[in-house]
Design a protein around this ligand. Structure first.
Ligand code: NAD
Length: 374
């Protein structure tokens, strides 16, 4: 016990030094943040990240330490650094902008964009649900109008904006579905139009590495500044057309949210106790429960609207039901080989991604295990 006590005291002393080193490192990153802010550089520098990790991995191996350990620690640092870099604000890409109105700006996503736009030096005014009687004053002189209202309010809201829009205004939206809102914006407005879809929720700590989908509407040269601004925040812009976007969202959003909802619904009706399941969880089950459970901490209306957005969603969900039945048949018929053959077919469909996903998920599982409490 004495020997342990001494060694633990040495470890505590080293940890103390590590904390001081961490603080120094964060201070250096902070200075980088200031310089990036002054020069309007994006907070995410992919090549610098790749080069730095490669060099540190090599050094770690030479020192006889696991390269993965060092990469894990550094990646966690980088995440912290990206969030810290937000503190200094961002360069104003378009200083000519006098006013941006966010319709629904008191909401979660509109609020996030209001914060980022203000941190980039733009005057932002909110037009929320109860502000329509002052809409004329609020929208007067706006250079850009950004719509971020619930999906089922979006088309009516765009229509309602019509009398207040002038040719020189940019009209944009952040809706999770793109085809109908974009068509509606193009119909009511003669000026510049762009549809955006941030592929993240409002609880992000930084936009570094996040994706924002861009569906072009009209007069792209008049909204390049906004896209450049979003890239300075660290996000990547992914350009696609609205129909293609919505088709892919059938899988990325509608099918996934439905399956997660159905899993939660099913579980809630089972004769099991969640605390017992948690106590007995393997890391992957813990992660799965977290993914299901987090849905129910969010907004039911948003998910309802995403799933109900278009007929294609229900067709694909219906085909999921059929696949469940087809999969069940292997077991009802004792068809072990049929199951194995189908399994191999799916493995082939995933191709090399299977191995890549195995590697990626291993890290997530280790993290889920790290977070376990007694
Ligand atoms: P939210 O409910 O938090 O915010 C919506 C805001 O709109 C609220 O402040 C509400 O008062 C306001 N509002 C409602 N009706 C209005 C009206 N007629 N006029 C003006 N304001 C009105 O919702 P959210 O999660 O911020 O979602 C907003 C938009 O962002 C949706 O189109 C959604 O698809 C999109 N989106 C959300 C997420 C997300 O994870 N939350 C992610 C990507 C995209």
């Amino acid at each position: 016990m004495e020997a342990l006590k001494d060694l633990r005291a040495d470890i505590d002393a080293l940890d103390h030094k590590l904390i001081q080193l961490f603080a120094k490192r964060l201070e250096l990153v902070s200075q980088i943040g200031k310089i990036k802010h002054q020069h309007g550089l994006p907070i995410y520098a992919p090549q610098r990240e790749i080069d730095m990790l490669k060099a540190r991995r090599e050094e770690a191996e030479k020192a006889g330490i696991s390269a993965d350990l060092i990469e894990d620690v550094l990646r966690r640092f980088m995440r912290e650094s990206y969030s810290n870099e937000n503190r200094f604000g961002f360069k104003t890409v378009n200083p000519d902008i006098q006013k941006i109105v966010i319709v629904g700006g008191n909401g979660k996503l509109g609020g996030l964009f209001a914060r980022y736009l203000r941190a980039s030096g733009y005057p932002v005014t909110i037009l929320d649900r109860n502000d329509w009687e002052h809409a004329k004053e609020i929208l007067a002189g706006a250079n850009a109008v950004l719509i971020s209202v619930p999906i089922n309010q979006t088309l009516a809201t765009i229509e309602r904006l019509k009398p207040y829009l002038s040719e020189n205004m940019l009209l944009a939206d952040l809706t999770s579905v793109k085809r109908e809102p974009l068509a509606k914006m193009l119909a009511v407005h003669t000026g510049a139009v762009v549809g955006l879809h941030p592929m993240f929720g409002p609880d992000i700590t930084s936009m570094a590495k996040q994706v924002v989908v861009r569906c072009d509407g009209r007069f792209a040269e008049r909204y390049e500044w906004l896209l450049e601004q979003i890239q300075i925040w660290g996000a990547k812009i992914y350009q696609t057309d609205a129909a293609e976007h919505d088709h892919n969202m059938t899988y990325v959003q509608a099918l996934r949210h439905f399956a997660t909802f159905a899993n939660g619904l099913h579980l809630s009706k089972q004769p099991v106790n969640l605390a017992n399941l948690l106590a007995l969880s393997s890391p992957i089950y813990r992660l799965e429960l977290a993914m299901i459970g987090r849905l129910f901490a969010q907004d039911a209306e948003l998910y309802a609207d995403i799933i109900m957005d278009k007929a294609e969603n229900l067709d694909v969900i219906e085909s999921l039901k059929e696949t469940y039945e087809e999969a069940l048949e292997f077991f009802e018929n004792g068809d072990r080989q049929g199951f194995i053959d189908a399994f191999c077919q799916v493995r082939e469909w995933f191709g090399d991604y299977s191995e890549q996903f195995l590697k990626e998920s291993r890290q997530l599982l280790q993290q889920a295990n790290d977070l376990k409490q007694v």
